[in-house]
Design a protein around this ligand. Structure first.
Ligand code: E4P
Length: 214
């Protein structure tokens, strides 16, 4: 399972990268706006830090404009993946950019048929937002399971990128179901290696060593 970090903060990306298990980065307009930096410049800085896929979201909402904006974003670096909304316009843009050989990440996916359609249009990644589904009393992990089943039924190669991950249980569920990738905020990534029994056990081993060997 690939692990991406969901942030536009360079320090968080560096720290996650130092852990040695980071495969890529997702950004969105809200995350880059939060950093108060230039949109394109920040994308290029991220691409220099991480060799894996870096998702760059388009701002246009009409397919023709999405296609030209997507082509421009793709010129930033070889590892850019153009992020498009899962709308009809996004679908058209996905098909055109995929036919050009540009990788796409179809974002804001909330139901399995959006995932089926974008896979048919050649999407490289689809991003079901599981936390936001849970927020409105839906079942985000069930959405991942439905998409997994549909893609497996037809051998569709689009990768399922579980997004809007809020806590470690989301990550476990997605890994059990077989999501190909998860994109996770840094605060949640840091929880993945934490367990109180690990801390207590380590403390005891070190105390016993000190008692016996000084
Ligand atoms: C994914 O690409 C999105 O940036 C992200 O996962 C959205 O998460 P949120 O629902 O916590 O904003």
């Amino acid at each position: 399972m690939d692990l991406y970090i969901d942030t536009a903060n360079l320090d968080e990306i560096r720290q996650a990268s130092d852990m040695g298990v980071l495969d890529g980065v997702t950004t969105n307009p809200s995350l880059i706006a939060k950093e108060g930096v230039d949109y394109g410049k920040r994308l290029s800085e991220i691409c220099e830090l991480v060799p894996g896929p870096v998702s760059a979201e388009v701002i246009a909402t009409e397919s023709d404009k999405m296609i030209s904006e997507g082509r421009e974003r793709a010129k930033i670096a070889g590892n850019i993946v153009v992020k498009l909304p899962s709308t009809v316009d996004g679908l058209r843009a996905c098909k055109a950019l995929s036919d050009d050989g540009i990788k796409t990440n179809m974002t804001l996916c909330f139901q399995p048929l959006q995932a089926l359609m974008v896979a048919k249009a050649g999407a490289f990644l689809v991003s079901p937002f599981i936390g936001r589904v849970d927020d409105i009393s839906g079942d985000g992990t069930e959405l991942i399971a439905q998409i997994r089943q549909i893609y497996d039924n037809y051998g569709l190669p689009t990768k399922i990128l579980a997004a809007s991950i809020r806590h470690p249980k989301h990550m476990v569920d997605c890994a059990m179901i077989g999501a190909d990738v998860a994109t996770v905020p840094f605060d949640v990534i840091k929880m993945f290696m934490k367990h109180p029994l690990t801390d207590v056990g380590l403390e005891k081993f070190l105390a016993d060593y000190k008692k016996a060997f000084g």
